[in-house]
Design a protein around this ligand. Structure first.
Ligand code: 1Q0
Length: 215
C-alpha cells in the first residue's frame, strides 16, 4: 500500500540529503543536514524498539533544529556557518556551562555532528566488511572510537546492549532497500566521501570557533 511504501526506508533518503549539503563555497546547508538526519532516525526506527532511546534523542534534536529552520529567524539558519555566526554574535549559546540557552542550534548540532563521525566510521566498516563480519562489532568499534568519548557510562552500557541485537551484515544491507549487496556497497562508496567532507567542514568550523566542548 501507499502508506507502507511511505514507511519503508531507503538508503537514498539519507545519502541524497548529505549529497546536497554543501554549497558552492563549501558551506553546510542546515535544511539538507537535518533531512539526512530525519532519514537516519527513520532507519533506526525500522530496526526495532530497542533503538528507541537512541532515535528519540536524535529525533528530539532534529526537531529543535527544524524549529529554528522554520522560526522567525529562519534566514539566519540557512547554513551551519550562518547559524554559528548569528548565535555567537547574539549571545545565544551557553559556552562553558548550561544556562539560559540549553537548546542552542550550536550545541544541538554538535551532538548530531559527533554522531555523524560514528556514522562515517560505521558505514566505512560496513562497506569494506565481508559477508560474515559482525555488524554489532563494527558498530561497537566505531562507537568506541567516536561518540563513546562524549557519553557517560550508563549511556555507553545501554548503547552496547542495543548493538548486540543488530542484524547481520546481509540483513542489514537488505533493510536499506537498495538492491543487491554490491549495489549498496557502491552507493556507500559514492556517498561516504561526501559525508566525510560535511563532517570535516563542520569540525573545522567548530574548532576555529572553540565550540567543540559546548555543554
Ligand atoms: C545501527 C545502530 C545505531 C547505533 C547508534 C550509535 C549511537 C549510540 C548513541 C546512544 C546514545 C543515545 C542516548 C542519548 C544520549 C544523549 O545524552 C547525547 C547527548 O545529548 P545531550 O542533549 O544529553 O547533551 N546524544 C547524542 O549523543 C546524540 C546521539 C544520536 C545518535 C544517533 C544515531 C543515529 C543512527 C542511525 C542509524 C544509522 C544506521 C546506519 C545505516 C544508515 C544508512 C545510511
Amino acid at each position: 500500500s501507499e502508506a507502507s511504501d511511505d514507511q519503508k526506508f531507503s538508503l537514498s533518503e539519507v545519502l541524497d540529503p548529505f549529497k546536497l549539503c554543501l554549497s558552492e563555497n563549501k558551506e553546510v546547508y542546515l535544511e539538507h543536514y537535518v533531512a539526512g538526519w530525519r532519514g537516519l532516525v527513520k532507519f533506526l526506527n525500522s530496526l526495532g524498539s530497542v533503538f528507541g532511546f537512541i532515535s528519540k534523542d536524535a529525533a528530539n534534536k532534529v526537531h529543535i533544529l527544524v524549529n529554528y529552520l522554520n522560526g522567525e529567524n529562519a534566514s539566519q539558519y540557512v547554513t551551519v556557518q550562518s547559524m554559528v555566526k548569528y548565535e555567537l554574535e547574539n549571545e545565544l549559546v551557553d559556552l562553558t556551562k548550561r544556562g539560559s540557552h540549553p537548546e542552542s542550534g550550536c550545541r544541538t548540532l554538535l551532538r548530531l555532528h559527533r554522531a555523524l563521525r560514528w556514522l562515517e566510521l560505521f558505514l566505512e566498516r560496513l562497506r569494506t566488511g565481508s559477508e560474515d563480519s559482525k555488524t554489532s562489532a563494527m558498530c561497537a568499534e566505531s562507537y568506541n572510537e567516536s561518540l563513546a568519548q562524549h557519553h557517560p557510562w550508563v549511556v555507553r552500557k545501554a548503547a552496547g546492549m542495543a548493538f548486540c541485537v543488530l542484524p547481520g551484515r546481509p540483513a542489514f544491507l537488505e533493510v536499506m532497500n537498495v538492491g543487491p549487496p554490491e549495489q549498496v556497497v557502491a552507493m556507500l562508496g559514492e556517498a561516504l566521501p561526501l559525508i566525510s567532507e560535511v563532517y570535516q567542514i563542520t569540525e573545522d568550523l567548530y574548532a576555529q570557533r572553540n565550540l567543540l566542548d559546548l555543554p
